[in-house]
Design a protein around this ligand. Structure first.
Ligand code: NDP
Length: 490
């Protein structure tokens, strides 16, 4: 009998939907079908794919209330946040649909002096079938960053969502088929299950895996893919810092940081988890933050700022981080350990915890924030960089933002704001270190889902030269040492 997976509303434990746990054989079958469909999808060219992707985005936009409601029920986030997530995802589909042709078109290259009788060209060729493994925190926006890009680049996609958000994923996948009734099945397919299903996808014959999730699972995915030589793009966790300079607009910084830290219950890979603030403005910053957070509360009804923790097993992690931060010398200046409930966690801010504490060094993924006092921006950058992650970050300053941006060891930075880079479909997103590698979003994302093909075409033979032949004339061999010196010794 097929094993079943139940998805629950994290605020109420009400059953949202039930799904099969696909077996390894079923996953292989779905991937084989996606490979068959990829022939049709490739044949559509950029123009046909653009039409299909725009049909899909119109469908998502037209039915947004349904999907927003499902997102709210299955993930727990407030409806307005679900709406914002969907809007951003739709923007990405739109951008990819409209720009894939331009970014990925074949381009001529100069063949160089030695082979001047050739023409040279680079093509960007779709892989075939891309497997996308996604998390639950932004169950549409995050996987969509890989899915929309991989589809626009000419691949078919098999999507394995988190076991916490399969209903949202099914709705999103079905929407593609409903918006494109003339397309064969298998352009965008869903597989459901748990970690084993994700592992089966790695071994199923896909041509590339785009993984978004934790570094621990990312390692497992990488080793499974290494066995079968399948390339991967890894979008992993973060420990983003915001740096607040003495010359910043402190009220604006507090407002943005409060949202970046607590929004989505802190369950955001590029959420702000740490602040480094110059001593001269530290107290002013804390006062403003206190003012903003006074109105921020978790819940389910209208007016709730964010929802429950989607994954119950994350709650003990948040508790451990707060306890460890306090044990290391930190002081809870907003909220305290008592704010960690069974489903909801109210904002907690800890001042000056030890640099080696878990709250500074590990991803917390909850509505908590550390604030560390620094004596200079240089110290702030050194501390911000001294973690294993390198996803995003933010700097608040009127005049010194550029020098901070240049020294921050992350792949994305927002200046006088938070999260801005994730909302722009034109900008790439990715990590370094424990935050992963490879890029999704923007032109770099489109390139990530293709392999390059270099084409060198001999346009005419050069009489008597035959450089790439056993018929090469002896005088050329004698000339070679002189040629090397002439071309490269000066
Ligand atoms: P996990 O790493 O726990 O899971 C991610 C996905 O991998 C899920 O679909 C999961 O399935 C699946 N999976 C689990 N085990 C395996 C396995 N052995 N082989 C293949 N797939 C497997 O992450 P979460 O879902 O908890 O997501 C939160 C994490 O995602 C955080 O670290 C967050 O920072 C990161 N993230 C990164 C982003 C980025 O762009 N860099 C964006 C958003 C989130 P199942 O759930 O069914 O077990």
């Amino acid at each position: 009998m097929t094993r079943q997976q139940i998805s629950l509303n994290p605020a109420t434990d009400e059953v949202v939907a039930t799904f099969p746990v696909h077996t390894e054989d079923q996953v292989r079958e779905i991937v084989a079908h996606a490979r068959y469909a990829s022939i049709w999808w490739k044949q559509q060219g950029f123009h046909g794919r653009r039409r299909a992707l725009l049909n899909w985005k119109r469908y998502l936009a037209g039915h947004n209330a349904e999907l927003v409601d499902l997102l709210h029920r299955e993930n727990g986030k407030p409806r307005p946040d679900a709406g914002l997530e969907l809007l951003l995802a739709i923007e990405h589909i739109d951008w990819n649909a409209r720009h894939a042709g331009k970014v990925l078109r074949s381009r001529r290259r100069n063949p160089g002096l030695l082979l001047a009788n050739f023409s040279a060209r680079v093509d960007h060729v779709a892989f075939g079938v891309v497997g996308v493994i996604g998390p639950w925190n932004y169950p549409i926006f995050t996987p969509n960053g890989s899915i929309a890009t991989a589809l626009a680049a000419g691949n078919t996609v098999v999507f394995k969502p988190s076991e916490y958000t399969p209903a949202v994923a099914q709705w999103y996948v079905n929407a593609f088929a409903d918006a494109n009734p003339e397309a064969p099945t298998g352009i965008l397919s869903l597989i459901t299950g748990d970690g084993e299903t994700g592992a089966a996808l790695c071994r199923s014959g896909v041509d590339k895996i785009a993984f978004t999730g934790s570094a621990a699972t990312g390692r497992k995915v990488m080793s499974a893919c290494a066995e079968v030589m399948v390339p991967v793009v890894m979008e992993l966790g973060g420990k983003d810092a915001a740096i607040v300079a003495a010359d910043a607009d402190i009220a604006a910084a507090a407002d943005a940081i409060a949202f970046g830290a607590m929004g989505n219950s802190g369950q955001t890979c590029v959420g702000i988890e740490r602040v480094y603030v110059e001593r001269a403005v530290r107290d002013q910053f804390l006062d403003k933050l206190r003012g903003v957070l006074a109105d921020v509360r978790p819940g389910t009804g209208i007016g709730a700022s964010y929802g429950p923790m989607t994954m119950p097993s994350q709650i003990p992690v948040v508790r451990r981080h707060v306890e460890d931060a306090v044990a290391s010398g930190g002081e809870t200046v907003i909220g305290d350990i008592g704010d960690i409930g069974e489903r909801f966690i109210a904002p907690i801010v800890i001042l000056d915890p030890g640099h080696e504490s878990a709250a500074i060094q590990e991803e917390t993924f909850g509505p908590t924030l550390t604030v560390t006092t620094v004596t200079s921006l240089s110290e702030a950058v050194d501390l911000a960089n001294d973690v294993r992650f390198g996803l995003g970050g933010a700097v608040f300053s009127r005049r010194r933002a550029r020098e901070v941006v240049e020294r921050l060891d992350t792949s994305q930075v927002s200046v006088n704001s938070v999260l801005g880079f994730a909302g722009m479909a034109r900008l790439p997103l990715g990590g370094r270190g424990e935050s992963g590698f490879g890029r999704i979003h923007g032109p770099e994302g489109l390139l990530e889902f293709t392999r390059t093909r270099a084409v060198a075409t001999q346009r005419f033979p050069v009489p008597g030269v035959h450089l790439l032949s056993f018929r090469r004339a002896p005088w050329i061999d004698r000339l070679l040492p002189h040629l090397i010196r002439l071309l490269h010794a000066r």
